[in-house]
Design a protein around this ligand. Sequence first.
Ligand code: SAH
Length: 456
Amino acid sequence: MSQTIPVKKNDYIDVEFVDLTHEGQGVAKIDGFPVFVPGGLPGESAQIKILNVKKNYGYGKLIEIKEKSPYRVEIPKEDMHKYGGCQLHHMSYEGQLQFKQNLVEQTLTRIGKLQDVNIHPIIGMEQPFHYRNKAQVPVGERNGRLITGFYKPRTHEIIDTDESVIHMEAINDAIKIVKEICSELGVTAYNEEAHTGVLRHIMARFGRKTDELMIVLITRTEKLPHREEIVGKIVAALPNVKSIVHNVNPKRTNVILGEKTQVLWGQDVIYDYIGNVKFAISPRSFYQVNPVQTQVLYDKALAYTGLTGEEIVIDAYCGIGTISLFLAQQAKKVYGVEVVSDAINDAKKNADLNGITNVEFTVGEAETVIPNWAKEGIHADVIVVDPPRKGCDAALLKTIIEMKPKRVVYVSCNPATLARDLGILEADDYQTVEVQPVDMFPMTMHVECVSQIVLK
Ligand code: SAH
């Protein structure tokens, strides 16, 4: 059955925006046909011009806003360069929280068909700017100087800026100083098209609790020219620096880090704390980027587990063991499983670093490893899952249902797959009791949720 498309290219039409896409574009429905328009906010009416029409959706351009959202904020043109990676820069923080709250509520009730679940108001940040403890910025050249910033959406053109509103100030400052040092010493920028030049990216990581800074210089070439001078100048200019690392990435690729890493100065890792658990962070480690909200999220997760010190816990999708180690202090034993072996090595090191001995980490897929544990007679009182966007594997959910833990705590970065998975658990013996949305990524479309699910 073919549906007639109600719009054509170059049409001017009046629309109302009803939603936002994952990229933060306004969604207008014309006789049910969705048109995506950058800049439109839910609740606004506007005139748009149709730019492009596909089979199931179209793209449009905002011509004139007729009725503005009360949440709209105008960023002056000269400040736009600070908002790289921020899909929601044109929405007030109050509006962002409201939008995310609605998204979670709508998704859980519409897709998940959940009833009797207490969805708490989202926990936002008091200071929703300068929260990221990590940045990796591309390096380019303009007028004989190095520039850093972010790629203009859907291009590899660098917007030149040192002032991201989401990076911590310590990170912005560090990148600016390192860029200037390299620029003055005549280090060239990597040229993607010609595959020539030296410096591809500068990465900075910062331990919020420890004030420790790591700088990673990523080059195409084996050799980093002027490396002694660069190191000397960085150490002199940035008193918090604890680690300077050189990484070589000779490939034509969008992947930032290459395989070869060499410490140029100081430690090979920096440290940070979540709660009172200490973590070692290397250039490659996955580590939560918003330390303030991570603490909020994990405190909630811990509360939802209801641990008393007697329980056996499984942390599926455990990464570098952040949640496992956080919970181990209140549990009898925690088993962590994770598919990336480097992450499991980090998790083991982090357990040692903290003298935590009641944890055991295993490499493998949660959906394969956990059923084997069940066969070996391991019984879990609590299972914590924190899967990637695609949610839990069906086989894992089946295993959970068979293992019958008293509680499941589900940490999710995608409400749609959370809704689907909670629906599966609810179709069996489980009941979702509480859901707490947490804003881990202000100014972006992302929303995190932690849920408590109990055996009926
Ligand atoms: N809980 C951790 C990491 C969560 S991110 C933290 O808060 O830091 C999700 C993790 O799941 C990633 O580390 C990813 O490598 C891992 N993962 C993805 N698929 C998996 C699978 N099938 N089994 C186990 N781990 C998986």
